[in-house]
Design a protein around this ligand. Structure first.
Ligand code: HEC
Ligand code: HEC
Length: 336
């Protein structure tokens, strides 16, 4: 019995950091930025106000946005999954299946352009995409506006937020206002930068591997949001069904290129890649270790590397340290 107590004590002394699930970062207040995050710029016609945010949040969770009144933004961007849906391809109205994997909306305020080929410049404009897509909401914006105008609460909220009744301007602005507040910067990794939390040895080794020249992950997935936002090819296939940025430009150098995703909360945002074709982080690492397929546009940094099972475990531990439980559980973003 005494021996048992001693062992328990010893093992506790040995753990110099908190166990992974026990760190309790205080959720950030609305629009509060961690010290190591750059400022967010709001368009001059859509500066942040609480009334705008409240309206945007209501719309985000409201299936009134879809033709069948059954699907909301949150159906595909669920806060408990880091604002993704856990599916390879998202499902919209009438169970229609789309052709791309839903990206996380964490820190979307920092994305310089939206969608996987970067075809849209603002979050405001992006709102119109799911609205009209056949496999998403399949609803005309004018019809949505009619619905909102018939709802006293929406009319009052819209007047308060933008001094005008519901219209396309209000819908796109309010949703964007809400989305810009989705700040994720309280993961264990962030706390190790800001709050003196020490990462485990395994996480630290994983961090060194991630930023090493051999693995080169950090060269594309670097910066405070773990992305340089480059639209490039990471060698997933020789022949892609989805042509990526080529759809936009018809330039063969853009064939099968996709925006480099942020890796924040990556442990809970699978399946991975533009088509959700990779199920696990282990399989993602195996893809990069093998050097991918030799697509004509494959980025020269994707060369392949040797990695031991132990180091793979460290790299995964590091990627898991980017999970921000206080963001995911933050009640202010939830429909409660
Ligand atoms: C049926 C599922 C579905 C619904 C509903 C949906 N989305 Fe999405 N969302 C996606 C998919 C899939 C993509 C990626 C599309 C692409 O790249 O072409 C995406 C992309 C985005 C992006 C771009 C993110 C980035 O990093 O480029 C934003 C922002 C976004 N959605 C916000 C919203 C908002 C706001 C709503 C509600 C008005 C919404 N979505 C409704 C599935 C959905
Ligand atoms: C040349 C730039 C580049 C390098 C180097 C790189 N990546 Fe990526 N990564 C990308 C691109 C581009 C995508 C998106 C591909 C797609 O959507 O099909 C991606 C996707 C991912 C995803 C999927 C994320 C998601 O939400 O779908 C993960 C995880 C990932 N990379 C991890 C890594 C790791 C770990 C390394 C190092 C071993 C690495 N990457 C190296 C460019 C790069």
């Amino acid at each position: 019995m005494r021996l048992f107590i001693l062992v328990v004590l010893l093992s506790c002394f040995a753990c110099s950091t908190l166990p992974e699930d026990e760190h309790t970062a205080k959720p950030l207040a609305l629009m509060e930025l961690p010290d190591h995050f750059p400022d967010i710029s709001f368009p001059s016609d859509n500066v942040f106000t609480e009334a705008r945010w409240v309206l945007g949040k209501k719309l985000f969770y409201d299936p009134i946005m879809s033709s069948t009144k059954e699907v909301s933004c949150a159906s595909c961007h669920d806060p408990s999954l880091g604002f993704t849906d856990g599916l390879a391809f998202s499902i919209g109205v009438e169970e229609r299946v789309g052709f791309r994997n839903a990206p996380s909306l964490a820190n979307v305020a920092y994305q310089p352009y939206l969608l996987r080929e970067g075809s849209l410049a603002t979050i405001e404009m992006q709102v119109l995409v799911p609205l009209q897509e056949h496999h998403e909401f399949d609803l005309n914006i004018l019809e949505l506006v009619e619905r909102l105008k018939e709802d006293e609460e929406y009319v009052a909220m819209s007047l308060e937020a933008y001094d005008r009744p519901p219209d396309a301007f209000v819908v796109t602005r309010a949703l964007a206002n809400f989305e810009r507040s989705l700040i994720s910067g309280q993961s264990r990794y962030d706390l190790s930068i800001n709050e003196g939390l020490s990462l485990t040895n395994s996480e630290k080794k994983g961090e060194a591997l991630f930023f090493s020249e051999t693995l080169a992950c950090g060269q594309c997935h670097g910066g405070h949001n773990f992305s340089n936002y480059a639209i490039t090819n990471n060698g997933l296939y020789l022949h892609y069904e989805d042509e990526g940025k080529f759809r936009l430009t018809n330039d063969s150098l853009d064939l099968a290129t996709f925006k480099t995703p942020s890796l924040r909360n990556v442990a809970i945002t699978g399946p991975y890649m533009h088509d959700g074709s990779i199920e696990s982080l282990e399989a993602v690492i195996a893809h990069y270790a093998a050097g991918g397929k030799n697509h004509m546009n494959k980025h020269p940094l994707i060369q392949g590397f040797d990695i031991s099972a132990e180091d793979e475990g460290h790299l995964i531990a590091f990627l898991q340290s980017l999970t921000d439980t206080s963001f995911i559980n933050n009640k202010i973003f939830r429909d409660e």
